[in-house]
Design a protein around this ligand. Structure first.
Ligand code: GLA
Ligand code: ZN
Length: 667
C-alpha cells in the first residue's frame, strides 16, 4: 500500500445521517454546511448494522446508496465503516452466544456497544456476511476511499468458547508441553501445577489472578483474538476491494490490546484523540498527546497515520466537561498534523437528537446552523488545512527513540513488590520524551523489539521485562556505538516474568552497563532520598536501585540513608557505545537536566534553529515547520532566518509573538 492515500489533508469525521432519514432536508442541509466548513470527507455507517439489516437476511442499502452518491456529488471522500462495533437487537436475541461474558462468568444482556464475544463463530459469520455485502455493493463506488473497521476494538470475553480458545492458544505458545508452561509460570509456587490443559481458565478476580505470567499470556491471547477477529472482518474486503486500504481506530494508550502488534495488520494507523485541555496542565497534556501521536506514527513504520476522531468542542464523558477555550481545538488539530497525521477528523459532524452522546461536541449543534463559535472555528481550520497539502506523506527522521512497549506496560503492572503504588509505565516513558519535545528534537516511540540501529540514542525507562532477544539487541546496539539509557527496576525478568538468575541487570547486561543492582528500595509517599548529579540535588521518590559499579563511571550518588555515597547514575563505555543507568525515579527536573547533557554528549541537534520559550512546541514535518504555543501566556519565538508563512503567504523573520493557542506554520 502507498505511503499516502490522499494528496490533501482529510478534514471530516463521523457522520450518522442514518439517524436523520425521517428528515431528509437535514441531510441536504448537511451538504451545504459541510461545504461551508471545508469538510472534504465523511466516515459513515460505523454503527449502522440495524439500518442495513433490519431483520436477519433482510437488507436495506438504499439509504446508504443515496448517501454515498450525495457525498460524492458534493466532492466528499467516503470512509466506509464495517458495523461490527454494535449489533442489531434481533441478532443478540436469536444468537445470545454473540454477547460477551464478563469476568464474573455472567453473560451480558443486549445493550451498549463493544458487547460481543471475539470467538463466537456465529458473530464472526454474521460480520463477514454484512461486510461482504458492503464490499460487493460499493467496490466501484467512486467516493469510497478507505475502510474503517469496526470501532475502537476493546475488551475481552470469558465465555466457554473463549476459555477453550485460550487453552488452544497456550498449547501453541508452549509447544503443547504442559511441563514447559508449569516451569515458565513457576507453578510449583503455592502448589499451582497444572496437570491437564482443561484446568486453565482466564484470569479472574474470583479465581487465578496472582500468576503474572498467566496474566501476560491472557493479554497476549486477547490481542491475538482481537487481531483474528479483525482478520475475519477484513477477509472479504481484501478479496473484493484489494485496493481500498483499511484502518481501525485506536484509543490513546489503551493497553487492553497490544497495538504495536496489531499495527502490522493495518494499512493506515489511526487513533481517537480526546485530550483534557484547559484544566491547568495544558503544557503537560500537549506533551502527552505529542508522545501518543509519535507512538502511532512510529508504529506504522512509514504507513500513513490519521487522527480519526477528536472533538470540535467538548466531550460528554469526562467527569466534568470543560469547554476548551477558543482556538484550543484548532491548535490541537494542528498538533496532530505537525506530528504526522494526514487527517483531522471529528466525532461528530452533527449532534444526535437523543441517546447517550447528544451533548458531545459536534461541528453542527442542535441549533442546526453555521452561526456558532465552534462551526466558525472548524471552517477556519478547514481553510488552513487546504493550504497544507504539501505536508501529506512528509516524514520526520528521528535520531532518538524512547521505548514504550505495550507488553512492558502489562509486565510493569502485574508483578507484586517494591513500590506497589507507583508504576505509571507510560507516564515514565513520556517523562523521558519530554526534554526532546521541549527542544524540538523529533523522537520515535518504539517497541523493544524494533530496530535500534537507526538511532543515536535509545531510552528505555523501567525496562523491567525483556522479551526474547532484547538482551542481545541492547548489547549489539551499544557495541556498535549506540547510547542506551535505562532506569530503575530494569532488565529483571524474561517474557514470562521469570526472574533472571545471577543478579540484575540480566546476564550480559551487567557487563554492558558495568553495574550490579543488588537491592531496590521503595519510598513511601512523602519520603524521599536525594541524588546528586552534576552539582545539583534531585529528589529520589517512590523507588530506587542500590548499585555497585563493576567498571561503570559514577555520575551521581545517593545523599542519605544507609546507601549514601553509592551510585545513583552511571555510564559505562562498552566497545564503541555507552550504556547509562539511572537508578532512581524523580518527578521533577532530573530527566530534563540529564537529557541536556546527553544531547551535548551525542551532539544531537534540534530539528530547526528556531528558538522559543518552554511551552512552545516546534515540530518539523518534511520541509514544513509548525510552531505552536501550548503555554497559558503569550510567548516569543526567534526565527533564525526568513521564512514564508504557509497560511498567509507572507514572509516572516526575526522575533514574533505567539498568543495563547496561537501557532504559525513556516516554510
Ligand atoms: C469514541 C468513539 C465514538 C464516540 C466518541 C466520543 O472515540 O469511537 O463513537 O463515542 O468516543 O468521544
Ligand atoms: Zn467469548
Amino acid at each position: 500500500m502507498a505511503d499516502k492515500i490522499f494528496d490533501y489533508i482529510i478534514h471530516g469525521g463521523d457522520y450518522n445521517p442514518d439517524q436523520w432519514l425521517k428528515t431528509p432536508e437535514i441531510i441536504d442541509e448537511d451538504m451545504r454546511l459541510m461545504n461551508l466548513a471545508h469538510i472534504n470527507s465523511a466516515t459513515v455507517s460505523i454503527f449502522s448494522w440495524a439500518m442495513l439489516e433490519p431483520e436477519e437476511g433482510v437488507y436495506n442499502f438504499k439509504w446508504l446508496d443515496d448517501l454515498l452518491d450525495k457525498l460524492h456529488e458534493n466532492g466528499k471522500a467516503v470512509i466506509l465503516a464495517t458495523p461490527s462495533g454494535a449489533r442489531p437487537s434481533w441478532l443478540a436475541q436469536k444468537y445470545p452466544g454473540v454477547l460477551r461474558v464478563e469476568e464474573s462468568g455472567i453473560r451480558n444482556e443486549y445493550g451498549v456497544r463493544h458487547n460481543h464475544c471475539l470467538t463466537s463463530p456465529i458473530y464472526r459469520e454474521k460480520v463477514r456476511n454484512i461486510n461482504t455485502l458492503l464490499a460487493e455493493r460499493y467496490k466501484n463506488h467512486p467516493a469510497v476511499k478507505m475502510w474503517h473497521i469496526s470501532n475502537e476494538y476493546c475488551g475481552e470475553c470469558h465465555c466457554d468458547l473463549c476459555q477453550e480458545a485460550f487453552r488452544e492458544w497456550l498449547k501453541k505458545e508452549y509447544d503443547n508441553d504442559l511441563e514447559k508452561l508449569n516451569f515458565q509460570w513457576w507453578n510449583g509456587f503455592w502448589s499451582h501445577q497444572i496437570t491437564d490443559w482443561s484446568q486453565i481458565n482466564s484470569p479472574k478476580f474470583r479465581g487465578e489472578n496472582h500468576v503474572p505470567a498467566m496474566k501476560l499470556a491472557w493479554r497476549r491471547f486477547v490481542t491475538d483474538s482481537t487481531i483474528s477477529f479483525f482478520e475475519n472482518e477484513i477477509a472479504p474486503l481484501r478479496e473484493i476491494t484489494p485496493d481500498i486500504p483499511v484502518t481501525t481506530n485506536f484509543m490513546r494508550l489503551y493497553d487492553g490490546i497490544n497495538y504495536q502488534k496489531f499495527a502490522k495488520n493495518l494499512d493506515i494507523l489511526s487513533w481517537d484523540n480526546y485530550p483534557a485541555w484547559d484544566r491547568g496542565f495544558n503544557e503537560k497534556e500537549a506533551c502527552s498527546v505529542a508522545f501518543v501521536h509519535d507512538a502511532f506514527r512510529t508504529m506504522g513504520k512509514g504507513k500513513p497515520f490519521f487522527m480519526m476522531e477528536s472533538t470540535p468542542s467538548l466531550v460528554n464523558w469526562h467527569p466534568v466537561n470543560k469547554l476548551p477555550m477558543p482556538r484550543r481545538q484548532e491548535l490541537s488539530s494542528i498538533q496532530a498534523v505537525a506530528h504526522g497525521a494526514d487527517s483531522v477528523q471529528y466525532f461528530q459532524w452533527r449532534k444526535s437528537r437523543g441517546g447517550h452522546e447528544k451533548y458531545h461536541g459536534a461541528v453542527v449543534d442542535h441549533c442546526g446552523h453555521e452561526n456558532t463559535r465552534v462551526f466558525k472555528e472548524v471552517a477556519h481550520l478547514g481553510e488552513v488545512l487546504e493550504k497544507l497539502s504539501d505536508v501529506v506523506g512528509g516524514r520526520s527522521d528521528s535520531k532518538v527513540a524512547v521505548i514504550a512497549d505495550w507488553e512492558e506496560s502489562w509486565a510493569t503492572q502485574y508483578f507484586c513488590g517494591f513500590n506497589n503504588e507507583h508504576r505509571e509505565y507510560f507516564e515514565e516513558c513520556t517523562k523521558w520524551y519530554k526534554p526532546f519535545w521541549e527542544k524540538g528534537i523529533s523522537v520515535d516511540v518504539i517497541a523493544m523489539d524494533d530496530d535500534y540501529s537507526k538511532y543515536n540514542l535509545v531510552i528505555a525507562p523501567f525496562l523491567y521485562m525483556l522479551k526474547n532477544g532484547t538482551i542481545e539487541r541492547i548489547e549489539n546496539y551499544v557495541k556498535n556505538g549506540g547510547s542506551f539509557v535505562t532506569t530503575y527496576l530494569s532488565c529483571m525478568v524474561d517474557s514470562d516474568d521469570l526472574c533472571y538468575l545471577g543478579g540484575f541487570p540480566a546476564e550480559n547486561l551487567k557487563d554492558v552497563f558495568g553495574i550490579w543492582a543488588e537491592e531496590t528500595d521503595s519510598l513511601p509517599e512523602g519520603m524521599k532520598n536525594i541524588a546528586s548529579y552534576n552539582g545539583k540535588n534531585y529528589d529520589v521518590v517512590h523507588v530506587c536501585d542500590i548499585l555497585h559499579s563493576k567498571g561503570a563511571t559514577v555520575l551521581g550518588e545517593y545523599e542519605t540513608d544507609f546507601y549514601k555515597g553509592t551510585p545513583a547514575v552511571t555510564v559505562n563505555n562498552y566497545e564503541k557505545g555507552k550504556a547509562y543507568y539511572v537508578a532512581f525515579r524523580n518527578d521533577d527536573d532530573f530527566t530534563r537536566d540529564f537529557c541536556e547533557e546527553l544531547i551535548k554528549e551525542i551532539s544531537l541537534k534540534s530539528d530547526t534553529e528556531i528558538k522559543a520559550e518552554n511551552g512552545v512546541s516546534i515540530r518539523k514535518r518534511g520541509n514544513i515547520i509548525f510552531v505552536m504555543n501550548f503555554a497559558d501566556d503569550p510567548k516569543t519565538v526567534i526565527l533564525d532566518k526568513e521564512y514564508k508563512n504557509v497560511v498567509t503567504g507572507e514572509s516572516v523573520s526575526g522575533e514574533i509573538a505567539l498568543d495563547v493557542c496561537e501557532y504559525i506554520i513556516l516554510k
